[in-house]
Design a protein around this ligand. Structure first.
Ligand code: BES
Ligand code: MN
Ligand code: ZN
Length: 490
């Protein structure tokens, strides 16, 4: 659901704030009267001031009891404040508002990260009413002038600077929320055509290929994957141009948009299938990123491509052993219809190479279950043909809190994808090589035209099993923050 929590800034905290959060170590001048000195309280709870720690203290508020939350701000870095914001917003769920005194001398970007963390921890997706106790906090009041609002109180410069950062945090969090909403939407609603409609709402130019147009242009991979479904496939293109036409290069982002992945005739068991409504998470990230670039003032030209299809099980579905022709003419023997993501991505990437002349191509996809085994739920994978590009993406991952780990494109494994009847096979026929995530990446590389390219496999990090920190159960929107960081810093 779109983010409901609002963040406002103020020079001082309201005197009767029922819920007031103050960083550990701040100068607690009145009106914050604690029953025991703060230092003694923190020692008692063995709190160290780490980001995410909260010590709750009841305080008198006239006839009633208010609460002060002493919160850890760690080293004051964006990473730390993102965590602190998330922890406070979680603690304030079900309440109308919370006032938060921001740490003095927060470094640049920290308050944007605080807002981002607080808003993302407040994200919910629910069809029908949200129970009152888990409803996100209505308002977060960021107090920029210290606990008492004394020294910097009323300094409009301080409040203005905070507001600027909050605006950035809101734009990023809003984009993540959109990506989560798209991925959390049930596949009974989320057809390829529906996804194309959502893309067209992002305030950038779009071009949509329907089934007939896909056929006329030779998008054989997208068509083959989609042919088993009553919901026909689409290719979605979104174009962002920086204001004034002064673009620093052209980036193409390609997202896997499988609106449901049954596996096709290589059918998945129920246990694996029930999560596959989020198999368009990469495509959702591309749509959300394209929609947020203007608000962040990105100076690079970006084209987004989402290859959208439903991988269904039916009498019209493609068969293991079918040979398809990808965009551009390369033939592929489909040995396993569950390795469908690479078939739709290959079409979009070959098209980008032939028609869009990108300086850099980055694809993002819930591509292989194996990557979740290798890296778990906390790290995304980056494969890259270019060291500089890989380094920039890893850096953006660190800065945004969406961490990436570089994986190798092992040349010795290239023969795994040889076919006796076509140019390539979509999976290894035998089991000589293994490494399913690496061979999937090597398959994609065939369609990059040797341009600088990176592939993000987010199958492990695309979904969360718990409401924790910045994440809520279901889609994570992983990739939005890191790509926006990379593209807006370029
Ligand atoms: N969408 C899946 C990958 C996936 C698995 C995403 C688990 C999220 C969680 C993909 O299309 C797929 O089915 N991959 C197969 C590849 C295999 C057939 C070579 C897989 O990972 O098992
Ligand atoms: Mn699959
Ligand atoms: Zn899939």
């Amino acid at each position: 659901m779109p983010l409901e929590t609002s963040i406002v800034t103020a020079a001082r905290a309201p005197e009767d704030a029922p819920l007031l959060a103050v960083p550990f170590g701040a100068d607690l001048a009145p009106p914050v009267e604690l029953p025991v000195p703060a230092a003694a309280l923190l020692a008692h709870y063995e709190a160290k001031g780490e980001a995410g720690e909260i010590v709750e203290v009841p305080v008198a508020r006239g006839e009633t009891v208010g609460r002060v939350l002493l919160y850890g701000a760690g080293d004051g870095s964006p990473d730390a404040l993102r965590k602190a914001g998330a922890a406070l917003a979680r603690r304030a769920r079900g309440r109308d508002e919370i006032s938060v005194v921001v740490p003095a001398g927060a470094v640049e970007g920290s308050l944007a990260a605080f807002a981002e963390g607080a808003l993302l921890a407040s994200y919910t997706f629910r069809i029908g009413e949200t129970p009152a106790a888990s409803r996100p906090v209505g308002t977060i009041r960021l107090v920029a002038g210290g606990a008492a609002g004394a020294e910097a109180g009323g300094d409009p410069g301080t409040v203005e600077a905070v507001e600027e950062e909050v605006a950035r945090g809101r734009a990023v969090a809003g984009a993540v929320a959109l990506a989560r909403d798209l991925a959390n939407t049930p596949s009974s609603v989320k057809t390829p055509a529906w996804l194309a409609e959502r893309a067209a709402e992002q305030g950038v130019a779009t071009r949509i290929w329907d089934e007939e147009e896909l056929r006329a242009a030779g998008f054989g991979g997208i068509l083959a994957v989609g042919q088993g479904s009553v919901n026909p496939p689409r290719l979605i293109q979104l174009s962002y141009e920086p204001e004034g036409g002064r673009a620093d290069g052209h980036v193409v982002l390609v997202g896997k948009g499988i609106t449901y992945d049954t596996g096709g005739l290589s059918l998945k068991p129920t246990e694996g299938m029930k999560f596959m409504k989020t198999d368009m998470a990469g495509g959702a990230v591309v749509i959300a990123v394209l929609g947020a670039l203007a608000a962040l003032g990105a100076r690079v030209r970006v084209t987004g491509l989402v290859a959208a299809a439903e991988n269904s099980f039916s009498g019209t579905a493609q068969r293991p052993s079918d040979v398809i022709t990808q965009y551009g003419g390369r033939t592929v023997e489909v040995l396993n219809t569950d390795a469908e993501g690479r078939l739709v991505l290959a079409d979009a990437m070959a098209y980008a190479d032939a028609e869009l002349d990108p300086d850099v191509m980055v694809d993002i996809a819930t591509l292989t279950g194996a990557i979740g085994i290798a890296l778990g739920k906390g790290l995304g994978a980056v494969f890259a043909s270019d060291d500089e590009l890989a380094a920039r993406l890893v850096e953006a991952g660190e800065a945004s809190g969406e961490r990436l780990w570089r994986m190798p494109l092992v040349e010795d494994y290239v023969p795994a994808l040889e076919s006796s009847v076509a140019d390539l096979a979509n999976i290894e026929a035998g089991s000589t090589y293994g490494a399913g995530s690496i061979t999937a990446a090597l398959f994609l590389r065939e369609f990059t035209g040797k341009r600088p390219w990176a592939h993000l496999d987010i199958a492990g990090v695309g979904r969360s099993t718990a409401d924790e920190g910045l994440l809520s159960k279901g889609a994570t929107g992983f990739g939005v923050r890191l790509l926006l960081e990379w593209l807006s810093g370029r």
